[in-house]
Ligand binder design. Structure first.
Ligand code: AMP
Length: 352
């Protein structure tokens, strides 16, 4: 067990790290952030900050020497340099990073567990794409296998004719059949060091332009029907990875049941509602899990919860948002609002 007062290392310096650090501080831990960018909003609320590139082995080793346990808030941390952490525990296990960093790996992993991903095929050339579209059909989406997030690194293929029009980036790609869904939802679980698994309520997620806009709990009944199957898959994934901490899986709710979209080996935007809306937030339970503390209840603290992301200029409305006393406003302290940039979120509870 890692007792309060000890130091938790966080790889990655964004809002997820910031909210982990805030939950850790509440439990009496200090946090040390490691991130390549100097303007880390996680470091702003942490005791220590190492600003260095991922492959700076000396900086990584010195960081590890200050930490009782290390976690990550960003799933694209390169795995190779993490060897410099030496004996300090990295949780969740880097196996989860390796699986989730590559869309092809994660879909194969889910297939092997008996789950249903969108039909997919690896694409490394224009010929591969033509045969993938011939096999899977169009419409579909061509995605970079690595480093894609919030709809970045994605190209729609509406008809087979589009294949010739696309300029393929020189990166490993994956072609996915377009899934006809009536809703999107996520399963967020937390697994303790002792294997105890707790699920948060599944939020109904609405995306706009590939970016999460709104998460609501409870999800509609038609989505809730699909949650047990999705949870069973997420629990299998957590067990197969000997996972410790919060794990997220995103699903499409379809007429034929839940179709796996992607997994994130970390706390997730669609779980931000848990800060006020659950008895224990995803951030606190992640800290509890990696430190070997008992997990807190994931039960609802309200009848219903809605979380809305503040993207780009939305955050300029902070005064109007605060003029409604029922709103919980979270601003991440990012300097510049850019289109598509997550600047904060607002959570509203329905209590009766
Ligand atoms: P991703 O970054 O892969 O989660 O994609 C962002 C969003 O694009 C998803 O939440 C969906 O709304 C949409 N999307 C991605 N892949 C597919 C697919 N295979 N079929 C339908 N919609 C998709």
């Amino acid at each position: 067990m890692i007792a309060p007062g000890e130091t938790i290392g966080i790889l990655g310096g964004g809002q997820l790290g910031r909210m982990i650090a805030m939950a850790a501080a509440q439990l009496g831990y200090r946090c040390h952030v490691f991130a390549p960018e100097a303007d880390s909003i996680a470091a702003e609320v942490s005791a220590a900050f190492t600003c260095a590139s991922w492959d700076d082995a000396g900086a990584m080793a010195a960081f590890a020497a200050d930490c009782a346990v290390v976690t990550y808030e960003f799933e694209n941390v390169p795995v190779g340099p993490l060897a410099a952490l030496g004996a300090v525990a990295l949780l969740p296990h880097p196996r989860a990073l390796e699986t989730a960093q590559d869309r092809l790996n994660e879909k194969r992993f889910v297939n092997a567990l008996g789950g249903t991903p969108a039909p997919f095929a690896p694409v490394d050339s224009a010929d591969d794409l033509a045969s993938a579209v011939a096999k899977i059909g169009a419409p579909g989406i061509l995605k970079t296998r690595r480093d894609g997030y919030d709809g970045k690194g994605q190209w729609r293929v509406m008809t087979p004719d589009d294949v010739g029009k696309l300029e393929l980036p020189a990166k490993p790609l994956i072609y996915e059949g377009f899934v006809t869904f009536f809703a999107e939802f996520s399963v967020i679980l937390c697994r303790g060091r002792d294997g105890d698994i707790r699920f948060f309520d599944s939020a109904h997620n609405v995306h706009e332009g590939g970016i999460l806009a709104i998460s609501t709990v409870p999800a509609p009944a038609a989505v809730l029907e699909q949650v047990p199957t999705a949870r069973a898959l997420a629990a299998k994934a957590a067990e197969a990875l000997d996972y410790v901490g919060v794990l997220t899986m995103e699903f499409f709710a379809t007429a034929n049941g839940p179709v796996f979209n992607e997994m994130a080996p970390r706390v997730h935007n669609s779980g931000h509602w848990t800060i006020e809306g659950a008895v224990t937030s995803q951030f606190e339970n992640h800290v509890r899990a990696i430190c070997g503390l008992p997990l807190g209840s994931t039960g609802l603290a309200a009848k219903a919860v809605e979380m809305r992301n503040l993207i780009g200029d939305d955050a300029h409305d902070w005064q109007a948002i605060l003029s409604d006393p029922a709103n919980h406003l979270h601003l991440y302290g990012k300097a510049a609002a850019r289109p598509g940039r997550k600047m904060g979120h607002v959570t509203r509870l329905t209590l009766d």
